[in-house]
Design a protein around this ligand. Structure first.
Ligand SMILES: [Zn+2]
Length: 202
């Protein structure tokens, strides 16, 4: 039995691409595609336009490593933010989660992952040098390591702490409340705020 297409290749392609999004399998991708097609003017066209703009404008902040449409990013160029505190996260999703909690009015640094020798990810693959440069440049009094409580996250935290050992900077970590192996992005704002407020020396 050969598989038959229910729609032209353009629609099949839309479904295939949507199915690559996190949380969407083939079934929900078909549903999403159909919804977009039905709402062509109200949703599909504005979405396509927003994506076009994003493709053109989104880049990585050369200071902190987050994604934004400007470099330096919105956070790095905000003078109202306390530049003496850098909150270090693994991923942009963690930064966004911490910003939702709005617990600190600080700057950030996105490592872009964790050390993982088994996957061939070493220090040079992460944005650790950039963090050391920022601390070396001065004006930073505290670096808070908000890495995940996974083995890789903790290994990375130790490595970063070692790299910052020679500088006059306080290195702290999130307190209890972050479950082992738990990913920051899945924590509610209250838990994140508590974990930040009760941070301890690394
Ligand atoms: Zn930035």
């Amino acid at each position: 039995m050969s598989s038959r297409s229910v729609a032209g290749p353009e629609i099949e392609r839309l479904i295939q691409l949507l199915a690559k999004l996190p949380g969407l399998g083939p079934r929900s991708a078909r549903r999403a595609a159909l919804h977009l097609i039905k709402k062509k003017e109200q949703l599909l066209a504005p979405l396509a336009e927003a994506m076009d703009v994003a493709v053109e404008k989104v880049g990585i902040c050369s200071t902190c490593g987050t994604v934004d449409t400007s470099d330096p990013c919105t956070i790095c160029s905000d003078p109202r933010r306390d530049a003496s505190t850098i909150l270090v996260v693994e991923d942009v999703a963690d930064l966004w989660a911490l910003e939702r909690a709005a617990a600190l009015n600080c700057r950030y640094h996105v490592l872009g992952g964790t050390l993982s020798p088994l996957d061939g990810i070493g220090p040079d693959d992460l944005n650790i040098g950039g963090l050391v440069d920022r601390v070396e440049a001065g004006g930073v009094s505290e670096v808070i390591l908000a890495v995940n409580a996974t083995v890789e996250g903790q290994t990375t935290a130790h490595f970063v702490t070692d790299r910052l050992a020679g500088f006059d900077v306080r290195v702290t970590k999130l307190a209890h409340g972050v479950p082992v192996g738990g990913e920051l992005d899945y924590l509610d704002e209250g838990t994140l705020t508590q974990a930040l407020k009760a941070r301890t020396a690394f």
